[in-house]
Design a protein around this ligand. Structure first.
Ligand SMILES: Nc1ncnc2c1ncn2[C@@H]1O[C@H](COP(=O)(O)OP(=O)(O)OP(=O)(O)O)[C@@H](O)[C@H]1O
Ligand SMILES: [Mg+2]
Length: 366
């Protein structure tokens, strides 16, 4: 049975620009997120995604509306007790976070981790120092901090970089540090605003795998903003698509992919395989076991608008399965490559390769 973690009711956020103009960043949103969800938020730039997520941890105050969150009650007499001791289901209740008193808000924020596109690490501190930071603020003892930091670095696979500085790390490693830091206080919610947007496709995959792991192992609910439908396909069990502050599509990821209702969702889904919800590695393994021609097409910016797959199907009368890869139509840049498998015999396969070559498509036979 799924359990509600967050219930958003009639949430609005308007910004006044100057004296006469108003932007409706979040427009009457109603939303429910279950405990354990990896919930995706997708939409064009300016849709209101970041505003919504900032309202969730009260970095922004809404103009109106309510946000109920399953919140841990800390009994006063146990205040000094070590964290997460004797926690039962009764220690939680649904509370409107907008009515929190300062102490409740501090507690709530502690239990709501956040990661960003640009990592936001402290450059003057090494990896361990960055991860220790939230623990220091929470008043942990030095000895306990050292132990917890090791534990966290182990989770994100960076124990060997403990004493490195952010500038010595790759983007993916920096994001791992940020994730370790966000997990320090055992959050129940992890908010991620475009956490993989600055990373290459392979690193993106490894960070997504880590987020999936964390969700599974620790039951942390993840709310994840992305501009890549591919990211939603890979990790989210549910998703919503926002446009101009409103939710225009919402539901199970699979349902959105199989049966997109809004034009925007249809557009986002257009280049994604409809029947596959597996990782690229898995897909590749599978394709290797069949008598098919598996190709990785590396389309340039000018080529993405040509429907190569459709053309091949028509011209050579073959069946093509799109295994993965994603062309981001919105920004017209290629995110990853297009992985296809063509059911055909050797002869026609060679003709197809020759035709692709003629059309100057860079490719790899897998
Ligand atoms: N502090 C602010 N003051 C005024 N307007 C704002 C402010 N923050 C956001 N907005 C406006 O609210 C709308 C939603 O912005 P938001 O940053 O939430 O969009 P987004 O979906 O996260 O976009 P992106 O994909 O570019 O990050 C935009 O029109 C933006 O200009
Ligand atoms: Mg944003």
């Amino acid at each position: 049975m799924s359990e509600k973690l967050i219930t958003i009711k009639n949430l609005n956020k308007r910004y006044n620009i100057g004296t006469d103009r108003e932007v409706v960043a979040v427009d009457n949103i109603n939303l429910e997120i279950d405990k354990g969800d990896i919930y995706g938020i997708m939409g064009l730039s300016g849709a209101g995604k970041s505003t919504l997520i900032r309202l969730l941890n009260r970095l922004e105050e809404p103009t109106s509306g309510e946000i109920f969150v399953r919140h841990q009650i800390v009994p006063k007499k146990n205040k000094k007790n070590k964290e997460n001791e004797n926690i039962t289901e009764e220690t939680f209740e649904n509370k409107n976070i907008l009515e929190f008193k300062p102490a409740q808000l501090r507690q709530y924020r502690k239990k709501t981790g956040m990661i960003f596109q640009h990592f936001n690490l402290l450059n003057s501190r090494d990896v361990a120092g960055n991860v220790a930071f939230p623990l220091e603020i929470s008043g942990w003892k030095k000895k306990d901090i050292a132990k917890r930091v090791d534990e966290l670095l182990e989770i994100v696979g960076l124990l060997d970089k403990k004493n490195s500085y952010p500038e010595q790390l790759s983007g993916g490693q920096k994001q791992r540090v940020a994730i370790a830091r966000a997990l320090a206080n055992n959050p129940q919610i992890l908010l991620s605003d475009e956490a993989t947007s600055a990373l290459d496709p392979r690193t993106t995959n490894s960070i997504l795998e880590l987020l999936k792991d964390i969700n599974k192992k620790f039951g942390i609910t993840i709310i994840l903003i992305t501009h890549q439908m591919e990211v939603i396909r890979k990790v989210c069990n549910k998703a919503t698509i926002m446009s101009e502050g409103k939710i225009i599509e919402e539901g199970e990821t699979k349902e959105i992919f199989l049966n997109p209702k809004s034009d925007l969702a249809k557009e986002f889904v257009a280049n994604i395989p409809h029947d596959e919800f597996r990782s690229d590695e898995e897909l590749l393994k599978r394709s290797k076991n069949t008598e098919t021609l598996a190709l990785k097409l590396k389309l340039t910016e000018d080529q993405v608008n040509r429907a190569f797959v459709t053309e091949i199907i028509k011209k050579f009368d073959v069946e093509i399965n799109i295994l993965g890869g994603f062309i981001d139509k919105v920004s017209n840049i290629i995110v990853g490559n297009l992985l296809i498998e063509i059911m055909t015999n050797k002869e026609i396969g060679e003709e197809i390769l020759a035709w692709l070559k003629e059309n100057k498509v860079e490719l790899e036979v897998l």
